[in-house]
Write a protein of this length. Structure first.
Length: 519
């Protein structure tokens, strides 16, 4: 109700005019000093400012300019002005809360009671976060030739503070209210009218991660309230010919040299959105009698992209599944977060699914185990530092065992399913390699031939799978190894290391077959 009343009052003054048209044309002229020092007539018009390249100390984009009002009639006028803000505020600050008397030909500068005598436009932090194209506000000029209406101008029926702004992180507090000061009244002949001028301040960071959003990007990416807004404001879906992808919106007119959203921010943002949706699904619309599954994993368990059905999406159709998975996670992340063990202790699931290790051996970390600039070889170990790889493999084994022991202790009859991925592609197209995870690092290390990269990939995937198979034998019957090797066909990959929907469905089927088989 408060917001509706504020909007009604704001619109009343925005549309206020004298239907009798006492003045055939506006008796005042409103002029703005442009960038090149020229006076621009903006009476009943609008003017668009471009912000300075530097920001205020408080972080806002801003621009200042001068605006004057001149009486171009042949009689004395009383002129008042209200600022109608984009935040639905109504203020009488431009003339310091008073109505000015202007003889014919006389001028008055807005804010001439301030030291710099300038209109000062800023883009509030929340408007930049919420990706406004521009800040805007109106100057509503009200004039007559018969009285000083200062008392009315400062009446509470005229003015109102800004509405509460939407949430940002960290939240801004202390919004200023519009206030004015009183004046005096005189009597003359009765004629009145109004005109309105719109001032805009372009947002030079439109569609760009910047300011408060850039500084606190992790908070925004992990905010249940705000991350869906950030997704819709800054990203768009497009079809690349095969599937839908998410990308930052592009603004061809933007000139600001600001930092764009990083891939890391995008991954965090969509991990949170999709993870939250799955968590909500776990608590809603699922019969309690369905077996509970807790899943921790990487992008094979959560691929946050519109139109993509990953492994867990298919398993969730048949089980009540709590997903803790996030794209990009590594075994060290599972150990650090502790979410898996907490969820197992709380929900006592019948099944626990773990997908981890792919990013440790087939992601950017592959650089750590490759020899530099080995152009040729006959076996995979010609290209690999076996000592470093075995050290990494032992680390992964220790990580898995730490989970396995604690999970079994908490739920003695649990079935824990682990898998070691499929043989990822060794010869994708150039674009896929450029934006990929493994082949570009192997090529940088001198392994230019796809068949040699296949040697390396096959060895790494086989060794990792054999390690997991050994753990399944060691902790039988609680641990079950899922062999996904040679599951995904060549035409069933979405990119270098992720299956498409068909490929993920086949991977999920391997899990479901074992989950449904008699123990």
């Amino acid at each position: 109700k408060k917001q509706l009343n504020a909007l009604i009052k704001w619109h009343h003054f925005y549309s206020l005019d004298n239907p009798g048209k006492d003045f055939e044309k506006p008796p005042i002229k409103i002029e703005l000093i442009s960038e090149d020092g020229q006076s621009v007539d903006i009476t009943n018009g609008k003017y668009r400012l471009l912000p300075n390249t530097a920001r205020l100390k408080s972080g806002e984009l801003y621009k200042s300019t001068k605006i004057t009002v001149t009486n171009i009639s042949d009689e004395n006028l009383f002129v008042g002005v209200l600022t109608l803000g984009s935040d639905i505020s109504i203020s009488s600050k431009p003339f310091n809360g008073i109505v000015v008397e202007l003889p014919p030909g006389a001028s008055k500068t807005l804010y001439d009671h301030n030291q710099n005598k300038e209109v000062f436009a800023t883009i509030d932090k929340y408007k930049e976060v919420y990706n406004w194209k521009e800040e805007w506000f109106y100057y509503k000029f009200i004039f007559n030739n018969f009285e000083d209406f200062t008392p009315s101008l400062n009446n509470t029926d005229f003015l109102q503070p800004a509405l509460d702004h939407p949430l940002i992180l960290p939240e801004i507090k202390g919004l200023r209210s519009a206030r004015g000061e009183g004046g005096q009244v005189e009597e003359v002949i009765k004629k009145w009218g109004s005109c309105i001028t719109r001032i805009e301040l372009a947002n030079s960071t439109y569609n760009i991660f910047s300011g408060d959003l850039l500084e606190h990007q992790d908070l925004y990416a992990n905010s249940k309230l705000l991350s869906p807004f950030i997704k819709e404001l800054y990203f768009e879906e497009y079809f690349n010919g095969k599937t839908f992808e998410l990308r930052l919106k592009q603004n061809k007119d933007q000139t600001a040299d600001e930092v764009r959203a990083t891939h890391n921010v995008i991954v965090k943002l969509f991990n949170f959105i999709y993870k939250t949706a799955r968590r909500n699904s776990f608590f809603k619309n699922h019969p309690e009698e369905r077996p509970i599954v807790v899943a921790e994993g990487d992008s094979w368990f959560l691929y946050p992209k519109p139109g993509v059905m990953d492994t867990l999406d298919y398993i969730m159709k048949e089980f009540r599944l709590l997903s803790l998975a996030e794209a990009g996670d590594e075994i060290a992340d599972y150990l650090k977060k502790g979410d898996l063990l907490q969820a197992v202790e709380k929900y006592k699931p019948e099944y626990v699914l773990i997908s981890g290790g792919g990013n440790d051996i087939l992601g950017p970390e592959i650089k750590e185990i490759l020899f530099d600039h080995v152009a040729n070889g006959t076996v995979a170990l010609d290209f690999l530092d076996k000592e470093k790889f075995n050290k990494k493999l032992n680390f992964l084994s220790d990580g898995y065992q730490s989970f396995i022991k604690k999970i079994i202790k908490s739920v003695p009859k649990v079935m824990i399913l682990v898998h070691g991925y499929d043989y990822v592609r060794s010869n994708p197209d150039e674009k896929t390699i450029k934006h990929g995870w493994a082949n570009r690092y192997m090529r940088d290390a001198g392994i230019s031939q796809p068949e040699l990269r296949k040697l390396v990939i096959t060895y790494l995937v086989d060794q990792f799978n054999e390690m997991l198979s050994g753990l399944a034998n060691q902790y039988k019957p609680n641990v079950v190894y899922v062999n996904n090797r040679s599951t995904v066909h060549e035409d069933e990959w979405m990119d270098e290391i992720h299956p498409n929907n068909t490929g993920f469905q086949k991977v999920a089927k391997n899990f479901l077959t074992l989950m449904k088989s008699p123990t």
